[in-house]
Design a protein around this ligand. Structure first.
Ligand code: GDP
Length: 423
């Protein structure tokens, strides 16, 4: 008996290029829809005399979720023989950043959709840039709406060639492009009969070929502390340190150390919320543990293991950020910085370079505008624990909040010496 593994994927691309249609197709063609759903949506369309769209399936599912009929919110599932796939719904840039950085589950692979008849748009490039920056290496580009261009090889080649040129410039090694039609179902779950010239994989085959992020368990243990809760077990009152595992594994008896405080103690018990286990691992799982001694830990600290590689701790960092705020990011203004469960105020200390994420044009500027990416130095109000992007990318991703709104995100490239002053 084999237990199927899960994989989180994200589908991005310019609006109207066919994301929802492809998701609808994936659900329908893998038989992953609730019973009777497809017929029901088709029937509703017939009654309202409007043509059926696969994208409606998504709307119908969302409606159900809103009414609380299905358990899970803002997520779609489909299954192949090999895996269960969870699609993180990311209608826009901000949602995408949120999902990638603050969301409980993070994408391990991405599908980037481009409309063959319309070609590459700014958002195709921006999304490509974001995937690359956030360290999502398993990406397949779907050249969609092939039916609209008569399944023409030359058009496909041109779009794929131009986009791969852009991706190369941003150091993204996308290995695969697939010509598809979400509308007709070509090369999504089944090989297309309309494109004899294409000998590669279908979307499902490509996804099944990707690797899951389980190798994160080989990394040092990291669990940002979500909170400390009291509970009673066998008549004993205990304090459980709760959070979501970002990487590595922990077992009873391990000496844990919390950063930045440096407080430590031995693990007494592991209290996984879903299963009772002696070893807790599985990056992405919500879990908790109790300690031998009662030490005072607060939200925002990072639990790690004493004799493993420790996280970096500082209040000054060199970062790559992606700015999405309406107002440009400027110096001398206070923003909030969120990484893991830590939230601190931050200021922009220095801009090293600024670039447009779509045209890749460099500018020499004093502020960072919407859709620009910048290499810059940030000064945090106090030291926090994190890792660099080349070590544990999940522990280096952060979001920036301006006026209560998520306005940007990024990764930490270098830990710099702390300086007392706040610029
Ligand atoms: P999204 O905004 O990226 O989610 O795009 P949708 O999935 O909502 O699709 C936008 C429009 O393009 C809808 O009217 C779809 O029916 C249409 N569309 C999507 N995929 C295809 C395709 O493969 N072929 C054709 N002809 N139309 C498509």
């Amino acid at each position: 008996l084999s237990i199927k593994e899960d994989m989180n994927i994200v589908i991005v691309g310019h609006v109207d290029h066919g994301k929802s249609t492809i998701i609808g197709r994936l659900l329908a063609d893998t038989g992953s829809l609730p019973k009777g759903k497809l017929e029901h949506v088709k029937e509703t369309c017939r009654k309202n005399s409007k043509p059926f769209e696969y994208a409606f399936l998504l709307d119908a599912l969302k409606e159900e979720q809103a009414q609380g009929i299905t358990i899970d919110i803002a997520r779609c599932f489909f299954k192949t023989k090999k895996r269960n796939y969870i699609i993180l719904d990311s209608p826009g840039h901000i949602e995408f950043l949120k999902n990638m950085i603050t969301g409980a589950s993070r994408a391990e692979a991405a599908l980037l959709v481009i409309d063959a008849s319309e070609g590459i748009r700014e958002n195709s490039r921006r999304h490509g840039y974001m995937l690359s920056m956030l360290g999502i290496k398993q990406v397949t580009v779907l050249i969609n709406k092939m039916d609209l261009i008569n399944y023409d090889l030359d058009v496909y080649k041109k779009v794929a060639y131009n986009f791969s040129k852009f991706l190369k410039k941003i150091d993204m090694n996308v290995t695969s492009f697939i010509p598809v039609s979400g509308l007709k179902g070509d090369n999504i779950a089944f090989s297309s009969k309309n494109m004899d010239w294409y000998k590669g994989k279908t979307v499902l085959e490509m996804l099944d070929n990707f690797k899951t992020g389980r190798k994160l368990t080989d990394k040092p243990f990291r669990m940002p502390v979500q909170g400390v809760y009291k509970f009673t077990k066998d008549g004993d009152t205990r304090r459980i340190i709760a959070g979501t595992v970002m990487s590595g594994k922990l077992k009873v008896g391990d000496e844990v150390i919390f950063y930045p405080s440096g407080k430590k103690s031995k693990v007494k018990s592991i209290e996984a919320f879903n299963k009772d286990k002696q070893i807790m691992s599985e990056a992405g799982s919500a879990t908790g543990f109790t300690l031998e001694e009662q030490i005072y830990i607060t939200r925002g600290e990072v639990a790690s293991i004493l004799n493993e590689q420790k996280p970096r701790i500082t209040s000054r960092i060199r970062t790559n950020i992606f700015w999405l705020g309406k107002e440009p990011m400027i110096k001398n203004k206070k923003y909030y910085f969120k990484l893991g469960t830590a939230k601190v105020s931050v200021k922009l200390e220095k801009i090293i370079s600024v670039m447009n994420s779509s045209t890749l044009e460099h500018k020499n500027k004093e502020k960072i505008e919407k859709y620009e990416v910048a290499e810059c130095i940030l000064k945090l109000d106090r030291a926090i624990a994190f890792d660099l992007t080349q070590d544990i990318v999940q522990m280096s991703r952060f979001v920036l909040v301006d006026d209560y709104k998520i306005s940007g995100g990024g990764i930490i490239c270098e830990d710099l010496e702390d300086k007392e002053t706040w610029v």
